[in-house]
Design a protein around this ligand. Sequence first.
Ligand SMILES: [Zn+2]
Ligand SMILES: [Zn+2]
Length: 146
Amino acid sequence: MNIDYSKCTDEQLRVAIAKWMGIAFCPSCLNELPDPDVCHCGDIRKNHPVDHGFVPMGCVCGYADQSKVIKGTIPNYPNSLDAVALVEAKLNRNQYLDYAEWIREIVYAADNNQTDAEFDFSCFTATARQRCEALAAVLQLPEVKL
Ligand SMILES: [Zn+2]
Ligand SMILES: [Zn+2]
């Protein structure tokens, strides 16, 4: 099963990478949940009162009082080199080699008129989106349905 990550949307890549990073988030509003077992009211799940539904802290879509929502959206990896750098830092040595290959391939696919120097510099010039595609390939991230 080879997924063509170039066909994924930014949001699909974003969610796939956030999952791999172990970030807990609401699948609907994509807001990060600082602790999925704590409700907006401050009660932890097992002691939660029954007078209102459990809505994890951080979730926007499930909470009626939007003014009290703690906003913490998951990092926008395909649009942020800073965010991507956090993922790159988790790769091991073998994954780095694989990653560099994928970066070259992806950058070359986008522009095959590169000079040799440009090709060699792919790992420095790749966009956040291109890096996300390469990361998804290296980490063999499962396809995300949104
Ligand atoms: Zn509550
Ligand atoms: Zn939500």
